[in-house]
Design a binder for this molecule. Sequence first.
Ligand code: G4P
Length: 301
Amino acid sequence: MHLTQKAIAQRIGQIDVVIELLDARLPGSSANPMLAQLTQGKPALKLLNKQDLADPDGTALWLAHYNALPGTRAMALDASMAAPAKALISACHALAPHRGGMAKPMRVLICGIPNVGKSTLINTLAGKRAAKTGDEAGVTKLEQRIALAADFYLYDTPGLLWPRIIVAKSGYNLAASGAVGRNAFDEQEVALELLDWLRLHYPGLLAARFGIEAAASLSDEQLLVAIGRKRGALQTGQQVNLQKAAEIAIYDFRSGVLGRITLETPAEFARWLAAGQTLDAQRQLKKDAIERGRNTRKPAP
Ligand code: G4P
């Protein structure tokens, strides 16, 4: 088990509410599929962070989706919010109304994938009042306890990505968002997937940024070439440098200069997840069959 998973598993018994910080541009893909298992159905607060970069209509859909789940509340926020603590504390009290006061302080675990903005949020939350007590006895080095109020403790865990991403589209969306290290993906592949989504859902933003009209009628490859040409990403012979064009497309999405974009809806994500799970189950069946074949061929000792 990964050390962070272990830290969560050890702490979870004493936790009242689990906050999962999600990327508002890709809430489904940035949700850790291992978390539900690890957190044993504890009340959950989903924080859709970086809402300033996401499409407000997409964020509204995801908030409604999460708020309809039992034991779950959702809020959207971004780093510009001056005082998110009040809303966050009251959402936790609504989820665990039996906790509060010095005798029964609220204990909240906060988790999220790398780069989702957890440190930024915690710094804002912590402000001057909070005491970081990570080096207290009994508190693991992997975990930091922050007192948001005298009866409200936030346990922070390191950013965690899961080992196997079974939804291909999630892998691309995570890479486009910056959650996955640069060496772990192919920029051109990620850019093509991104452009495929943008040409169908945000052709107006592509027109405004790159002057490409009727993007929906172009293939993702044609779009990448057009972006490279518009932005002067050329190599010898006036050919488009596809790598540079891909980096431009990803950077423009990631930084928000392209506009406010959401890469998935709850319904689409549910479809991708179901397809990913079916594929994964088939893969597992094949693996099991190979394993059985190997075992039956083994000579008896
Ligand atoms: P982490 O702890 O979850 O790994 O994430 P961290 O807070 O370090 O934030 C990752 C990046 O996301 C940072 O940008 C941070 O400024 C940015 N960020 C965090 N919250 C928000 C938000 O609500 N909206 C937007 N637009 N950005 C947000 P960076 O470029 O890596 O660093 P820096 O330029 O801020 O130094």
